[in-house]
Write a protein that binds this ligand. Structure first.
Ligand code: DSN
Length: 414
């Protein structure tokens, strides 16, 4: 960082403060993680200097002998990690990847099914104000009001009624595993294609903790920076018969030059995820989430679907009398970062919803285990039950910092 310090002290100072924030605080946002130092080096490397429109062996500009090596490594490792027939590692991030898939498989106006945003889906799964909701006729399915889980009978009923061309399964705020086989059976019954968005759970699937949709689904996409623990970006996996359409939709359909420094980071992250240690990591992420969920329930937290199968927990704070926005802000002030979130059938508005969303990918990367989950549940309870007590908040901030400094963050040294 010495060059940044010389050239731009303002950016340098902000990065230094962010290092301190990451090291001294508990990161519970379930879509965040800490990449390895090796991935960080690749993302900050001279690979950022190169344009490489096209694909390995078929580029538009010269000088591609090294970009081709790196991108081919990323492709082959992605295929190996997920047992996929084809991989495209160029999508800049999750929303562009989803947009490219729709562009490849659909005509504008086609009918698609996706999980509603406030029931755990993503904006690109058909939110009416997003590109997906405007360009396609999305029919949105919901979770069951009693169980908090996706009602597969309702999904089937909607599919039979609306005959979608594509069914999207996947989530950003749903604590349970997805019944991939059932989705595929329903899609086959109505002649729909299938797309899985495993952005949140890709690391758990790669680590063998959750079932994979790859054997069943036509197209599977994931961001690379969540449980998969790579750089900020995405990739698309698909059956060979969709490979050409997907590649053309990513480039030149949607994107220009790929970010080869990030693709180098993806290649390294996939290599790391292929190692035995990553399986242990994935198992511990799930164990920690289950333990934290139990510990929160014991403190009277009301969890959507009453628990978790994954890395993610969604708590409805209505019974605690504290709105999600206030909980997020006060927890932030003690060094615990999570996000306010709507809960299914929320009576409050999205910018000040009833719930909070939290998860264990980042804290597990630091090596935290069950004893630390108990401490975190205790802090969550004490802060939320004493939301106005700033003296207590200051004390908890010190306790949080003391615990965090025992668990170094990869890539952060002082
Ligand atoms: N922003 C991501 C998340 O937090 O889940 C989804 O896009």
């Amino acid at each position: 960082m010495s060059s940044i310090k010389d050239v731009d002290p303002q950016v340098f100072t902000a990065i230094e403060h962010e290092k301190k924030r990451q090291a001294e605080g508990i990161e519970l946002i379930p879509s965040e993680n800490y990449t390895s130092a090796a991935v960080l080096e690749a993302c900050g490397s001279i690979m950022t200097n190169k344009y490489s429109e096209g694909y390995p062996g078929k580029r538009y500009y010269g000088g591609q002998e090294n970009t081709d090596i790196i991108e081919n490594l990323a492709i082959e490792r992605a295929k190996q990690l997920f047992g996929a027939e084809h991989a495209n590692v160029q999508p800049y991030s999750g929303s562009p990847a989803n947009t490219a898939i729709y562009f490849a498989l659909l005509e504008f106006g086609d009918t698609v099914m996706g999980l509603k945003l406030d029931h755990g889906g993503h904006i690109t799964h058909g939110l009416p104000i997003s590109f997906s909701g405007k360009a396609y006729n999305f029919v949105q399915y919901e979770v069951d009001k009693t169980t908090g889980k996706i009602d597969m009978e309702e999904v089937r009923r909607l599919a039979l009624e609306h005959k979608p061309k594509l069914i999207v399964a996947g989530f950003t705020a749903y604590p349970r595993d997805i019944e991939w086989k059932k989705f595929k059976e329903i899609a086959d019954e109505v002649g729909a294609m299938t797309m899985a968005d495993i952005s949140h759970t890709a690391g758990l699937i790669a680590g063998g903790v959750l079932e994979s949709p790859v054997p069943y689904f036509d197209v599977v996409m994931t961001t690379t920076h969540k449980t998969l623990r790579g750089p900020r970006g995405a990739m698309i996996l698909c059956k060979e018969k969709f490979a050409k359409a997907i590649d053309r939709a990513v480039f030149p359909g949607l994107q220009g030059g790929p970010h080869e420094h990030i693709i180098a980071g993806k290649a390294i992250a996939f290599h790391e995820a292929l190692q035995p240690a990553f399986k242990e990591y994935a198992q511990q992420v799930q164990k920690n989430a289950r333990h934290l969920a139990q510990a929160m329930k014991a403190k009277g937290f009301n969890l959507v679907s009453d628990g978790t199968d994954t890395h993610l927990i969604l708590a409805d704070l209505t019974n605690k009398g504290v709105p999600g926005k206030q909980a997020q802000a006060v927890l932030d002030s003690v060094g615990i970062t999570l996000n306010k979130n709507t809960v299914p059938f929320d009576s409050r508005p999205p910018m000040d919803p009833s719930g909070i969303r939290l998860g264990t990918p980042a804290i597990t990367t630091r090596g935290m285990k069950e004893p630390e989950m108990d401490m975190i549940a205790d802090w969550l309870d004490r802060v939320i039950s004493n939301i106005e007590d700033t003296t207590l908040h200051a004390k908890i901030k010190e306790e949080v910092k003391t615990m965090c400094l025992k668990f170094p963050v990869p890539g952060i040294t002082f």
